[in-house]
Design a protein around this ligand. Structure first.
Ligand code: RFL
Ligand code: PHB
Length: 409
């Protein structure tokens, strides 16, 4: 979809002489903002979504690839699950590679039949954008100078500038779905919020390429040279990651250097099967664990990366974002239908219970699979012993599988 259509809708609806009025103003058109808007729309609650970037920029970001069943169920509820079912790849297992050998974790057998779906965040976002545009609902892309006001009272407002013209949205509630660097969390007085953070001493170098995946299931590799992950987007498109230095410059990595290093981190069979090709996208992401508590401030609710970040090893970020907006949409719908504030009052605590479990899992899996600069040869031996235990003990494998496919809502 081009950004033009969306911009056009914004122009009709935003007249700077009159504030726009909506029930829920949603800041950020990433997966949390768009999914929330769609869930609300299906229940007759209206919202306006504003986004700092263009629609094409948002669609150009290559991020998550693994969806929990809970997330796919929410896409169904939002009426946008068809393509995820038709084109998503159902995965019933993952492989752990260590000491040069691969070991399969049978997610399905260990969880009583559960699985994950490999379907890119880009596609989730596209499906949501198209559903919103098809319903003629307002999204405003390319906004600047966004500021939030009055959320400690009964009449919050969101102000922004578009093409040099100031606009204001009057609303009942604000949903801060604007990611880690957004304005929503930053608008809360420091005395009302507590942040918990851990920054890891490495990053992930990711490559997307139009080549068939090296193996039908994801491979998470622990090697002396560092972590590697073999993932995919389809039968013809692969997504690979390498642990790299936190401060490395992506320009210094040629495609050839990337493929050489990945081959070195794989077992001989996978290394031989690896098909290489020009990268479509190449980027470095830092790794961080972060939680802000609480997630509600009067009539402002934080959701997704605006409230918490996990390192991507456990594939939990997008899934946590979806779970947050699942809770938030239910609470808002209950507020409008039943005049009850029970769901809104419980929102922060409900989300944080699940968030901290995903934070623990993502931290643990990251610690188990990566090289840390300060743990040396002892660290590798300790990890290998834990991985041995993990693949030999059904109880330990089941704990990994249960967390990987996602805890119940
Ligand atoms: P997003 O996607 O960051 O969207 C927030 C949006 O808000 C906009 N924004 C503003 N808009 C208006 N006004 C402002 N002042 C604004 N400030 C910011 C931004 O432009 C943006 O469009 O947050 P959201 O919606 O909460 O979604 C979270 C997910 O994007 C994130 O958790 C996942 O991508 C994390 N993640 C993964 N999650 C999974 O569940 N499974 C995975 O397999 C997985 N793999 C990954 C990942 C993240 C990665 N990176 C790049 C960090 C792999 C990687 C490499
Ligand atoms: C991805 O395909 O981008 C992906 C898969 C699994 C992860 C992280 C990212 O743990």
């Amino acid at each position: 979809m081009s950004g033009f259509g969306v911009h056009f809708i914004a122009r009709i609806l935003c007249d700077d002489r009159f504030p726009m009025r909506t029930q829920v103003a949603i800041v950020g058109a990433g997966p949390s903002g768009l999914l929330l808007a769609q869930l609300l729309h299906r229940a007759g609650v209206d919202s306006v979504v504003i986004e700092r970037q263009s629609a094409d920029h948002v669609l150009g970001r290559i991020r998550a690839g693994v969806l929990e069943k809970v997330t796919v169920d929410l896409l169904d509820q939002a009426g946008v699950g068809q393509r995820a079912h038709a084109q998503g790849l159902v995965h019933e297992g993952i492989e752990l590679l260590f000491k040069g050998k691969r070991h399969r974790i049978d997610l399905s057998a260990l969880t009583g039949g559960s699985h994950v779906t490999v379907y890119g965040q880009t596609e989730v976002t596209r499906d949501l954008m198209e559903a919103r545009a098809a319903a003629g609902l307002p999204s405003v892309y390319g906004v600047q100078a966004v500021s939030l006001h009055g959320f400690d009272g009964a009449h919050p407002q969101v102000r922004y500038v578009l093409d040099g013209i100031a606009h204001e949205i009057e609303c009942d509630f604000i949903a801060g779905c604007d990611g880690y660097h957004g304005v929503s969390r930053a608008s809360v007085p420091a005395s009302a919020i507590r942040n918990y953070e851990r920054v890891y001493p490495f990053g992930w170098l990711g490559v997307l390429a139009e080549v068939p995946p090296v193996s039908p299931e994801l491979i998470y590799a622990n090697t002396e040279r560092g972590f590697a992950l073999c993932s995919m987007r389809s039968a013809t498109r692969s997504r690979y990651y390498l642990q790299c230095g936190a401060d490395e410059n992506v320009q210094t990595w040629s495609d050839e250097a990337f493929w050489d290093e990945l081959r070195r981190r794989l077992d001989p069979e996978a290394a031989q099967r690896l098909v290489t090709g020009p990268s479509i996208e190449k980027s470095i992401a830092p790794l961080r664990s972060f939680v802000a508590e609480p997630m509600r401030f009067g009539r402002l609710f934080l959701a997704g990366d605006a409230a918490h970040i996990v390192p991507p090893t456990g594939a939990k970020g997008l899934n946590l974002a979806a779970a947050d907006v699942g809770y938030l949409s239910r609470a808002l719908i209950e507020h409008y239908r039943e005049r009850s504030s029970a769901g809104l009052d419980a929102y922060s605590q409900r989300c944080l219970g699940r968030v901290w479990k995903a934070e623990r899992f993502s931290w643990w899996f990251t610690s188990l699979m990566h090289r840390f600069p300060d743990t040396g040869a002892f660290g590798l031996k300790r990890q290998e012993a834990e991985l041995d235990y993990l693949v030999q003990s059904r109880a330990a494998s089941a704990a990994l599988a249960e967390n990987y496919v996602g805890l119940p809502l």
